[in-house]
Ligand binder design. Sequence first.
Ligand SMILES: [Zn+2]
Length: 135
Amino acid sequence: MNVIDAKSPRPVMGLYDQPLWESVNARGMKLQRCAGCGNWLYPPGPSCPSCLSCELVWTPLSGRGRIVSWVVFHRHYLPAYPPPYNAVAVRLEEGPTMISNLEGAMPGEDSIGRAVRLVYATMPDGMILPRWALA
Ligand SMILES: [Zn+2]
């Protein structure tokens, strides 16, 4: 199977994930924000882990963050991800840490702390994924 025909791994949908993926498909990623204390939730859930409020509002992200960790894979694990490919952990400006891929460049020794911005990648099979690019 070549990369063009490879299917992107599908999201594993939890009970609270549907609005997140709808916002990604609309290229305006949202996360839940607590109306009680302002805490941002990721992954999505039923209540705020900080104050236990159930009043959560799907709110657009700023799209800004900083790289806190990264890795480059040199083995071929997934058909849609030929090596080398990377994964980065990004601390969102809003607080949560999100893991995705860095577009446009491989991360390296100077990547920790680098500012990144949220971008939306359209995979060969049409799936839209939230990813990061250097700001
Ligand atoms: Zn709260």
